[in-house]
Structures are given as structure tokens and as C-alpha cells.
Write a protein that binds this ligand. Structure first.
Ligand code: NAP
Length: 449
């Protein structure tokens, strides 16, 4: 009999819980899935864009696991050292083992002048806003900018560029929060510049996501051939790996397309390295250094500079893991050092402490990558069973959490939030509409919504 805590209810946490329940080696495993938010599903709820309904529907698969006997959801339980949080050091007293599946909770920084000027945001702040994350800045975004620069050419950059380029009517049927929908309806953005420091063949986005940008009803995606052809693979992409070649083919198609009279333009730019955000009281432009390929997949600067006008800048240069209090941390990689999921303390495996997902391997891969990642961690945990069963965790963790002053939201509380979001949508003449604030979520969870 093993009682396991999984910290984090995003895909890596839920796949870990599933792997623990489905294994046959150790009978009688029970799992508590803890989350600091009162809502489950992590980035599937708070990261996947609202218009990606197919990926969002993965929530249904995650739900099936969280509703299985032997698994219990305990939301509104922050683990850490902040006020009102459950100290991580307490978990080993309550569970035989803890698996941290906390993702990569912050953004990488550009480290250039002007990065924090008003009007400059991390893409995650924008994503949190349109995803109704309760920690999103309360004022939200007022989209008075005409020209927006998105720095980075990964899938998050594609998401934020697409949401900026869509008309509000295209998002009305989604669960986007109502204030965000109204702000998008008032948006004055006409030009979205999506800028990569390397070339088309080094961009990180995937082809399916890229193609969507070219199929928007109110926006045209544009590529400057004279810029893209600095990439040696542009003229003849045949030798590229197939995933990259498909990206280059899509971009080549856009470079050749005649201009259309649409309200918005997504301007894909390459070989431009950001060096400063310019402006006094607010950002007015981004200054880039033009780069050229260095022949090894990287680029070198040319000493030539270019400014792109922007009243809104979204920095989309990747996520980064944050240290978990009491656990070792690899600052360079932004991950917890591990051996096949077992946390390493000074290079030595620490039975009882495990990691899975982005905090284990860094912020890469698709959602499904977390499945095999979780299985590997669970195999390590099960191999440690003999050491783990020797521990004697205290009584019911939920009771212990309550006596520690926490107010866990269990599954019925989450179902009450879902019901309140349906009711909110019905009142607004829409489908389900997400509740964007802590008060609203907790009121709903406690059945007062
Ligand atoms: P990402 O794929 O790592 O892309 C980061 C981008 O930022 C790259 O273009 C990178 O360029 C650029 N960059 C990094 N540092 C920079 C700097 N100092 N100056 C200029 N550019 C810089 O990260 P992401 O877009 O945040 O995505 C994270 C993960 O989530 C990925 O695995 C992604 O596929 C996944 N995701 C998937 C979906 C989907 O499937 N629909 C949606 C969202 C996210 P370099 O390559 O030159 O470093």
C-alpha cells in the first residue's frame, strides 16, 4: 500500500497519476493530485489557446483519470514557502512519495534595455489573460496598439499572434473570458510582426500551427523573400528534415502570395536579433540587429540595425522552471536534477522524491511527450517500493491540510466551478465562459456561485 502525492494537475501530473494507477507491480496505490489552483488541467486549461478546441478537449481524457477511484484532486493547495502555502518539507510526513509535476512556471528574459517598458509583456501574461488565469494582471490588456511585435518564433508566439489577428467574433464561441473578448472586439491592431533571430529552417513552431496563421479569415501572413533567402535552405529545402521542410514550404508559399485586402497582417520576419526596446513612457519600437547564418545553425550579428514600430511587444522566448523550496535545482537548465525521474541530491538518488514533465526535462515537446516521461518516473518510483513502504506517513492528508490552515477544493468543488462557468456563459448568451478571478472561482467551488 503506497500513498503518493503528485504536485501539479497538468498533463504530466495526471499522466503520472494514471501510470501509478495502471501499474500492476504494487497493489493498493492511492494518489492525491495537488494543485495550487482550484482548477485542474494546468496548461491545458491555462495555456492551450481557446480556439484550439481539439487540444482543449484533452481535458476530457484528463478528467477520466482524475475521477478514477484511488485518485483524489486537492486544488487550492499551494506547495512552497510563501504565505498560506504548504511547506514542501511536510509532504514526506503525509505521503510515501512525492512526484513534482509543476511545469516551468515563469518566462525566460531577453535581458535587453527597455524590456520592462509599459507596453512590453511576456507572452505568458497575454496567454494568462485570454485564458482567464486567476493570477493574470487584473486590468487586462487594452489593445490600442496598431503595431505589435512578437519576439520569438515558437508555438507560443504563433498562439499569441493568432489571437491578436483573429476578430472577436471568431472567438465568441470559445471559453475566452468575457472581458478579454470585449477588449479583442475593440482591438486596433493591424500589423503583427513575428520576429525570429535565426532563419525559417530554425524556427521552433510546428507546421500545423504555422498553417493556421495562413488560414485566418481576416489576416494575411506575409514573408519577405529577400530576408528568408538568407537561409541557405530557402532556395532548395529538399535536404531538410521533413518537419522543417514542411515549415519552409508553407513560408515559401506565403512569400509568393499576392497581397490581399484584409484588415490585419502577420509579418513573419527572420534574422533579426532584438537589442533594445525603445520608448520613454511606453514602448514605441523594437531595435533589432540584422543577423546572418554562421553555417552551424546559429547566427552572427552584422552591425546593421533596424527598428520595427510597436506599441505592444509580446516577448515569447520560452518558459523557465522555478526552484521548488527544499529541492536541488539546476539554474542553467531551469530543471530539478534527476536520474530517470528520481531527484538527485548532490548526485545521489533520493528515494521518495521524483519529478516528471517540464520541471524534469525542460519546456519542450508536445502534451503527449509527458506520457512517456511520466511512465519513466513511475517506473523509478515503483523500483523504490521497498524503501518507500518502510515510511509511515501520518493520517489523512486532507485533514492535515485543513489543520495547516489550507482550504482544499476537492472534485465536487471543481464540478461546482464548471457548473458556474456554464451558468455564466448562459447568462452572456455564450457557451461555457471561464471565471477569471480567485474570488469567483472559490465562491463557485464552495457552492455560492
Ligand atoms: P520555444 O519553442 O522554445 O520557442 C522559443 C522561441 O524564442 C524560439 O524561436 C527561440 O529562438 C526564441 N528565443 C529564445 N531566446 C531568444 C532571445 N534571447 N532573443 C530572441 N529570440 C529568442 O518556446 P515556446 O514557444 O514558449 O513553446 C514552449 C513549448 O510549448 C514548445 O515545446 C511548444 O511546441 C509547446 N507549445 C505547443 C503548442 C501547440 O502545440 N499548439 C502551443 C504552445 C506551446 P532560438 O531557436 O533561436 O533559440
Amino acid at each position: 500500500m503506497l500513498r503518493i502525492a503528485v504536485v501539479g494537475s497538468g498533463p504530466s501530473g495526471v499522466y503520472t497519476a494514471q501510470a501509478l494507477l495502471e501499474q500492476r507491480a504494487v497493489p493498493g496505490v492511492t494518489v492525491d493530485v495537488l494543485d495550487r489552483l482550484p482548477c485542474p488541467y494546468g496548461l491545458v486549461r491555462y495555456g492551450v489557446a481557446p480556439d484550439h478546441e481539439k487540444i482543449k478537449s484533452l481535458q476530457q481524457n484528463l478528467r477520466v483519470t482524475l475521477e478514477r477511484p484511488g485518485i483524489r484532486f486537492l486544488g487550492n493547495v499551494p506547495v512552497g514557502d510563501g504565505p498560506g502555502a504548504l511547506p514542501a518539507a511536510l509532504l514526506p510526513e503525509l505521503y510515501h512519495a512525492v512526484v513534482y509535476c509543476v511545469g516551468a512556471a515563469t518566462d525566460r528574459r531577453l535581458g535587453i534595455p527597455g524590456e520592462d517598458l509599459p507596453g512590453s509583456f511576456s507572452a505568458t501574461e497575454f496567454v494568462s489573460w485570454y485564458s482567464a488565469h486567476p493570477d493574470a494582471a487584473p486590468g487586462g490588456f487594452v489593445l490600442t496598439a496598431r503595431s505589435a511585435v512578437v519576439i520569438g518564433v515558437g508555438n507560443v508566439a504563433v498562439d499569441v499572434a493568432r489571437v491578436l489577428a483573429r476578430g472577436a467574433d471568431e472567438l465568441r464561441h470559445t471559453d475566452v473570458p468575457h472581458a478579454a473578448l470585449e477588449a479583442l472586439a475593440e482591438s486596433r491592431v493591424t500589423d503583427i510582426h513575428m520576429v525570429g533571430r535565426r532563419g525559417p529552417a530554425q524556427a521552433k513552431f510546428t507546421t500545423k500551427e504555422l498553417r493556421e496563421l495562413g488560414a485566418l479569415p481576416g489576416a494575411q501572413a506575409l514573408v519577405r523573400p529577400e530576408e528568408a533567402e538568407l537561409d541557405p535552405a530557402w532556395a532548395d529545402p529538399a535536404g531538410l528534415p521533413s518537419a522543417v521542410r514542411r515549415n519552409v514550404d508553407v513560408l515559401r508559399g506565403w512569400a509568393q502570395a499576392p497581397p490581399r485586402e484584409l484588415g490585419r497582417r502577420i509579418r513573419m520576419r527572420f534574422f533579426l536579433r532584438p537589442v533594445a526596446l525603445l520608448g520613454d513612457d511606453a514602448v514605441r519600437a523594437v531595435r533589432f540587429e540584422r543577423t546572418v547564418p554562421d553555417g552551424r545553425g546559429g547566427v552572427r550579428g552584422t552591425g546593421r540595425f533596424e527598428e520595427i514600430e510597436a506599441q505592444l511587444v509580446l516577448r515569447s522566448v520560452g518558459y523557465r522552471g522555478v526552484p521548488i523550496p527544499g529541492l536541488p535545482f539546476d539554474v542553467e537548465r531551469g530543471t530539478v536534477p534527476h536520474d530517470r525521474g528520481r531527484v538527485l541530491r548532490e548526485g545521489v538518488p533520493s528515494p521518495g522524491e521524483y519529478v516528471a514533465g517540464w520541471i524534469k526535462r525542460g519546456p519542450t515537446g508536445v502534451i503527449g511527450t509527458n506520457r512517456s516521461c511520466a511512465k519513466e518516473t513511475v517506473a523509478s518510483l515503483l523500483a523504490d517500493t521497498r524503501a518507500l513502504v518502510a515510511r509511515r506517513p501520518a493520517g489523512d492528508p486532507a485533514a492535515a491540510l485543513r489543520s495547516a490552515g489550507l482550504d482544499p477544493v476537492e472534485w465536487p468543488g471543481w464540478l461546482a466551478i464548471e457548473a458556474a462557468e456554464s451558468a455564466l456563459g448562459a447568462r452572456l448568451g455564450r457557451g461555457t465562459v471561464k471565471i477569471p478571478d480567485w474570488d469567483g472561482l472559490l465562491t463557485a467551488a464552495h457552492g455560492k456561485g
